[in-house]
Design a protein around this ligand. Structure first.
Ligand code: HEC
Ligand SMILES: [Cu+2]
Length: 351
């Protein structure tokens, strides 16, 4: 192949990329996307738009050629002759190999630059441990010792997440931050970002992690530095959001009913159990909405308190008819404090 032709191909690829870039920057797709709530969201979206723009142009050219060929070379009425056989065309093959290669190389370099930019660890970030387990999220702030199951973050301050899992693979996903990072048992996965927009955004688990997966949700609250400090100083306590049944803090409220609801929500029981009082609708395990009445009748000679308590700490000692054994986690006994277990049992029996 002559040098001149090679040059022409490269120019053609660059023209394609430039047109793609123009398409990407002139069409406003922001209404299709979630809010850009972190600094990296801007970079990631720019890269996404660049790739979409090029893909659109290539798509139009390829499909345009296809439609043209279908119309132009279709069989005429009465024409029974065979098409002319064609054996290979080196020029064509080199052209359609080289053009994508140039495009992929340019996108590769650009992606690499975006990746190094978003993964650069800033000086002195706010460290937050993200602990995932079937089927709930916990967020711990090692500097202040606060722990909560709603994520609070100050705006414009770099955060470093240390993501871990207590059981199976989960995935920490906040679309508005443009992050999705697996939580793998036995290792800590780090992730840095800087929230840039005050607001509340959903946190989801993006890995099918078991029967309560769909209920493994939480929320990130991006707030001003002052609001964040006030929340930290209050020990991470917050008013219960009864509508969602998501308590933000770790300290138990004084009211026993509210305390029970906090524990119930904290350990993600609602992912598998329906409980009207906590507004949960899980269907993996039996409904607990009238467990107060049911508990006393489950096992002969076992009173309601003992029954509920052992259902939680020795899950497989007795399996409710029609429900699977080995599904309810069997480590609540180790994870809960005695106080938490007491208020939880009292709460359930009051139903
Ligand atoms: C992964 C799903 C799952 C989670 C999470 C879960 N459970 Fe269960 N639970 C079940 C299943 C399935 C059963 C029925 C089988 C059995 O008895 O072990 C059950 C049974 C029970 C029972 C006995 C109900 C009855 O009608 O006799 C109680 C009480 C209970 N769970 C309480 C809890 C509490 C409290 C939590 C949170 C600390 C919790 N569960 C978390 C799945 C779950
Ligand atoms: Cu999960």
């Amino acid at each position: 192949m002559k040098e001149r032709n090679l040059f022409a191909i490269i120019v053609l690829s660059l023209v394609l990329i430039a047109v793609g870039y123009l398409v990407a920057t002139s069409v406003d797709l922001s209404w299709l996307m979630p809010a850009q709530a972190s600094e990296r969201a801007v970079l990631v979206d720019r890269l996404f738009r660049f790739m979409m723009g090029i893909a659109t142009v290539v798509f139009l050219i390829v499909e345009g050629a296809l439609i043209y060929a279908v119309l132009r070379f279709r069989q005429k009425p009465g024409d029974e002759s065979d098409a002319r056989p064609v054996h290979g065309n080196n020029t064509l093959e080199i052209v359609w190999t080289l053009i994508p290669a140039v495009i992929v190389a340019v996108i590769g370099v650009y992606s690499y630059r975006v990746l190094t930019e978003v993964e650069r660890v800033p000086d002195d970030p706010l460290v937050v441990r993200v602990i995932s387990q079937q089927f709930s999220w916990r967020f711990e702030y090692p500097e202040s010792g606060v722990s909560a199951n709603v994520l609070h973050l100050p705006v414009d301050r770099p955060v470093q997440f240390q993501i871990e899992s207590r059981d199976v693979i989960h995935s920490f996903w906040v679309p508005e931050f443009r992050v999705k990072r697996d939580a793998t048992p036995g290792q800590i996965d780090e992730l840095v970002l800087t929230p840039s927009q005050i607001g509340r955004y959903p946190i989801r688990c993006a890995e099918l992690c078991g029967p309560g997966h769909a209920a493994m949700v939480s929320e990130v609250i991006v707030e001003s530095e002052e609001d964040f400090q006030a929340w930290i100083e209050a020990g991470g306590v917050e008013v219960l959001d009864a509508g969602k049944g998501v308590p933000a803090g770790d300290k138990l409220p004084d009211d026993p009913l509210a305390a029970g609801r906090v524990v119930f929500t904290k350990y993600g029981c609602g992912a598998c159990h329906t409980l009207d009082e906590a507004k949960t609708g899980g269907i993996v395990g039996p409904s607990l909405s009238d467990i107060g009445r049911v508990a006393a009748e489950r096992l002969q000679g076992v009173n309601a308190v003992d029954y509920v308590r052992s259902s939680i700490v020795e899950t497989d000692a007795f399996v409710v008819d029609g429900y699977p054994s080995g599904v309810m986690p069997n480590d609540f006994g180790e994870r809960m404090t005695p106080e938490e277990l007491d208020v939880l049992v009292e709460y359930l029996l009051s139903q």
